[in-house]
Design a protein around this ligand. Sequence first.
Ligand code: AHM
Ligand code: MG
Length: 338
Amino acid sequence: MNGYNITTLNEFIIRRQANIPYAKGELSNLLHHIGIAAKVVHKKVNKAGLVDVLGEAGEINVQGESQQKLDVFADMQFTAALRNSGECCGIASEENQEIITFDDELSLDGKYIVCMDPLDGSSNIDVNVSIGTIFSIYRRISPRGDKAQVVDFLQEGNKQIAAGYIIYGSSTMMVYTTGLGVNGFTLDTGIGEFCLSHPNIKTPEAGKIYSLNEGNYNKFPEGVKKYIKYCQEKDKKTNRPYSARYIGSLVADFHRNLLKGGVFIYPQTASAPNGKLRLLYECNPMAFIAEQAGGKATNGDIKILDIKPETLHQRVPLYTGSKSMVEKAEKFLVESKK
Ligand code: AHM
Ligand code: MG
């Protein structure tokens, strides 16, 4: 048997920090605290059937969706962890209409702000299907020492310092990037540590999976309808027909396609011209990870990371995954507009 040969998330973060001149450990500390909250939420998710955390908490969140108890729990845990880190002066969360500022002396001096979806895929909580947490970290624009302001959060995705997600699935994993590639850590529940299991993730240039909610087919733009037909046609050279896979949890759908290759689409429709997914805490972090893994993320027109946010809870269409598949889908969109 091999001896001790694991790299924990914290070791990895610290080693990475040593490669960055003048790094003071602030980002490392922030990521460390996100890891702690992830473990707490993992524990709760795994007990979901046993204790009273299922079901709706009775409040409606800012998107008009009813909040489930685990959403509320996850929001509280991540908010507390970020506050306790002392590195973060404010957060934007799917669960809150306005930004939350941390006004203690340490946090006011914090360099970073965090956008997060504390529990994504909430419709899957009650049915034992994978859910996740998504986070995105920026350096603040407002002066340190001041309260965080909305402008700190309305930065383009290409300004992200780090982004990642935690998937609570058949095992719990944290996948993140700081712009130096993508790395995945699996939670070893025996020792309570995230351990490096997927170093330097690269997504396949092309895959065999297409993921979108085909129930909305009639409302899709012509280009997307044609692309779906293309995915279903037989062609040996391009491995078609592709398989349709759709969980309805962005984190889980994205994660599968990242590892196996594939395309994920949440398009615009006539009734929802910006799609459903949120730019700041769903699309931007996933786009950063996709690009760092060699994939692509666009709104069908321009790179997600180049979109200038206008509001905190802004929605955008999302086309992401294997580079050649996203490009093919975009081609169909362009052709159908001619
Ligand atoms: P949520 O943040 O309320 O959980 O909603 C976002 C989720 C994503 O995880 C997923 O990709 C999408 O909504 C699924 O939407 P639909 O049910 O319309 O296919
Ligand atoms: Mg969400």
